[in-house]
Design a protein around this ligand. Structure first.
Ligand code: PGA
Length: 253
């Protein structure tokens, strides 16, 4: 249905532009021959331009944006500026921003609205903070998604993506099981069907949280998690590992 989508979220790494460029080059070299997959690299804002110049097959993504086009918002970066840098995707609502920077669903909603109007593809990140029951997880996801997408129609969300990232799995080496990911995926689809009052919803839902080359295939395999792709953190900073993840995901059945 969709090309699987694999996104590298570099977070606040690497420390210098030369390293960012080298990383991007190695990733490009590694994915050159891989077919039928959409790869996105999301470097920190100061490296967007440099990394964008290197990327050919992979697309450029940003990790955050402000909702306004221009204005007195010290330290912020607008979607307009991101587009000038060549960004096509933008991650919105990552748990690290929700937790460490107090980003609320209201802010996230403004950003998603701005992203879809600007033509950037939003990657809305949602997920429960602690391991919990399936029922509680569904409630948490519903709470986030309904607020984050309030007033945004199915049409308006367009090519938008949802990334399911259980916070307890991020950077911990403890992944969700493929079964858990599938329950989350089905819950997200159900929440969206209700929100948009429609019988079926088709849009890419990614898994994120301690993805590596060993577990990548299980999340995207139809017989496993059935996810449409992966949001990769630390492994995205290791080109060999990241390329291996992409290869595994591309061939997972
Ligand atoms: P991780 O991060 O792969 O290092 O767990 C994932 C993310 O935060 O998107």
């Amino acid at each position: 249905m969709y090309k699987k989508i694999i996104i590298a979220n570099w977070k606040m790494n690497p420390d210098a532009p030369g390293r960012a460029v080298r990383l991007a080059r190695e990733i490009e070299r590694g994915i050159n021959q891989i077919k039928n997959i959409e790869v996105v690299v999301a470097p920190p804002h100061p490296f967007l331009m440099e990394v964008g110049k290197i990327l050919r097959k992979a697309k450029l993504g940003a990790q955050n944006m402000h909702w306004a086009n221009v204005g007195p918002y010290t330290g912020e970066v607008s979607w307009h500026q991101l587009k000038h840098c060549g960004a096509k995707y933008v991650i919105v609502g990552h748990s690290e921003r929700r937790i460490h920077l107090g980003e609320t669903d209201t802010l996230i909603n403004k950003k998603i609205r701005a992203a879809v109007t600007s033509g950037l593809v939003p990657v809305l990140a949602v997920g429960e903070q602690k391991r919990t029951t399936d029922k509680k997880m569904r409630m948490i996801l519903a709470g986030q998604i309904v607020k984050d997408l309030a007033g945004i129609s199915r049409n308006a969300f367009g090519k938008g993506i949802i990334a399911y990232e259980p916070v307890w799995a991020i950077g911990t080496g403890k992944t969700a099981t493929p079964k858990h990911a599938k329950i989350a995926l089905e819950s997200i689809k159900e929440i969206l069907r209700k929100l948009w009052n429609t019988k079926s919803v088709s849009l890419p839902v990614l898994y994120g949280g301690s993805v590596d080359a060993k577990n990548a295939a299980t999340f995207v395999a139809k017989s496993g998690g059935g996810m449409d792709g992966l949001l990769v953190g630390s492994a995205g900073l290791h080109p060999n590992e990241f390329v291996a993840i992409i290869k595994k995901a591309a061939t997972a059945a």
